[in-house]
Design a binder for this molecule. Structure first.
Ligand code: NI
Length: 269
């Protein structure tokens, strides 16, 4: 599978559950002949056939290589950043939830989901947009999980998708600053994640980031019950060159930690 086909399929899946991202992208399409993706992020469980070490083998198959690890102890997460063979392809940020660090109650909800995953599902890159690979959980279990780990609730309810795409602001013709990008998005009526400030990171850290709050869409839970829950958000990143003049390729853990919260149920309220 080509990376172009991989990311095109991912984008189609992503905007099917977060249509607001297509509207936000359109705000920049008129004055930018190309909108380049800085990175795409995925979430998974550290247990079972979808764990990071299994999924990253699929990225290696697409020409990606490991760049740097990240840890988010307060959220029971760890992650790797990956760089592509072709610099015009996006970076990838893949995180996984440490299931065994959660409460007994949360682990009891997750265990049957993990057991239901077809062990062959990790064989093709299409798994990254395969959605829920287990039976729908109850809305009550979703709330129990999310109260302890917003990430666990999100992943159990939605399954595998691109959690977010990210506009490379440093590759836009206009606007060129993150402040101006955020202003355009806000003026069009989309809420920005202001946890820890709207713009996370600094030029000195070589990476500034901002994100919308996640779209909210109806999701079907066990018994056919439908509830509106946060799905996916859109991010904006501006990278700066390092002392050698090369564009920074890493992530900033403190900023990423706040950006995870773009899918919190209470964000923006
Ligand atoms: Ni991101």
């Amino acid at each position: 599978m080509s990376t172009a086909a991989f990311f095109a399929a991912l984008w189609d899946d992503y905007i099917s559950i977060a249509p607001q991202s297509a509207q936000v992208r359109a705000l920049f399409a008129a004055d930018n002949p190309a909108i380049v993706n800085d990175h795409v992020a995925f979430r998974t469980f550290d247990t079972g056939p979808l764990r990071l070490s299994k999924l990253e083998a699929l990225l290696f198959g697409l020409g990606y290589r490991r760049h740097a690890p990240y840890a988010f102890a307060d959220k029971h997460l760890s992650a790797w950043g990956y760089v592509p063979a072709d610099p015009n392809d996006p970076l990838v940020f893949l995180s996984e939830l440490h299931v065994h660090e959660l409460s007994t109650a949360a682990q009891a909800i997750l265990a049957p989901l993990l057991a239901a995953i077809d062990p062959h599902m990790g064989a093709s890159p299409e798994v990254f947009s395969a959605g829920r690979l287990w039976p729908a959980i109850s809305y009550s279990d979703y709330r129990t999980l999310a109260a302890e780990s917003e990430y666990a609730g999100w992943l159990a309810a939605l399954g595998l998708h691109a959690n977010h795409f990210t506009v490379a602001v440093h590759r836009l013709k206009t606007p060129t600053t993150l402040e101006a990008v955020v202003e355009r998005v806000r003026a069009a009526g989309f809420a920005i994640n202001d946890i820890g400030g709207e713009i996370k990171g600094t030029p000195a850290e070589l990476l500034e980031q901002a994100a919308t709050l996640a779209d909210r869409q109806p999701v079907t839970f066990a018994g056919g019950e439908s509830h509106i829950v946060p799905t996916c958000y859109y991010e904006f990143a501006r990278r700066y060159p390092d002392v050698d003049g090369r564009l920074y390729q890493g992530f900033v853990a403190a900023s990423a930690n706040r950006i995870f919260e773009s899918t919190d149920r209470g964000a923006g309220s």
